[in-house]
Design a protein around this ligand. Structure first.
Ligand SMILES: [Zn+2]
Length: 254
């Protein structure tokens, strides 16, 4: 697909999700939307710089060598299955990384900045600390190397993953039983809403970011929580102050 067509498809998806959030919100907002979205966009822009300058060139270089040497998990699989194996391995790698960002204190300091957002919508999907992106680089190198993913499958996985995080952070009540049905395969807004709860038992669930299978396999899948009653965010004493842009950037080093 042409780059311009892809950019158009991405813009259309973002516009469609934004419209759906307005028409069918899943949870009531607890703070003014405009400053929150502006802040999240600014943090997303900082992360995009790290992705463009470091993550993308590094992972693509490893992926090119994967193909040349037929190595990693995909290298062990029969050729027609190699892209599927690599895709699944990458997705599972991110499940493990997400668990680590909550369990390793140093990583949690950075990932907490994402969870501090007092409301959850599509803009929260890009609210990460740019240093979080930097410290994930060694893990990503290992993940790409072990998966054996090639550059084209990596590009496809990255696009899928980005759309998935926009989708499951969205404050969007899907029609009928669609959220439940989709959650058999993918991470959905209801699933991820539970993960952003202040209640620890709920936060320590639904770690998947793409395919939801990993939560089901690990017994960490949680559903059936009333979304309107989920206290979104973090309930530590510094959380309210750390929502704003500069405190959020400084928070992990405090
Ligand atoms: Zn998390």
């Amino acid at each position: 697909m042409k780059r311009s067509t892809l950019a158009l498809a991405m813009a259309a998806s973002v516009a469609a999700i934004a419209l759906a959030e307005r028409r069918r919100p899943l949870r009531p907002a607890s703070s003014p939307a405009a400053p929150r979205i502006a802040r999240n966009l600014a943090m997303g822009a900082m992360c995009a710089v790290v992705v463009a300058l470091a993550e993308q060139p590094m992972t693509q270089a490893i992926a090119r060598t994967n193909i040349a040497r037929r190595r990693g998990l995909a290298g062990l699989a029969p050729r027609p299955l190699a892209p599927v194996v690599a895709f699944l391995a990458m997705d599972y790698g991110f499940y493990r990384w997400h668990v680590a960002t909550h369990r390793v204190p140093l990583l949690w300091r950075l990932h907490r900045v994402h969870h501090v957002d007092p409301d959850l919508d599509m803009s929260t999907a890009i609210r990460f600390h740019f240093v979080d992106m930097v410290v994930s680089l060694p893990w990503q190198a290992v993940q790409v190397r072990l998966s054996g993913i090639g550059p084209r499958t990596l590009l496809a996985w990255r696009r899928f993953f980005f759309l998935s995080i926009l989708f499951h952070h969205a404050n969007w009540r899907l029609p009928g039983q669609w959220d439940d049905r989709l959650s058999l395969l993918l991470t959905t807004p209801r699933m991820h809403g539970i993960h952003h709860s202040q209640r620890l038992a709920e936060r320590e669930s639904n770690w998947s970011s793409g395919i939801s299978l990993w939560d089901r396999l690990h017994g960490t899948f949680v559903a059936g929580v009333d979304q309107a009653l989920i206290p979104i965010g973090i309930d530590d004493s510094a959380a309210t102050a750390d929502v704003a842009l500069l405190p959020a950037i400084a928070a992990p080093f405090a």
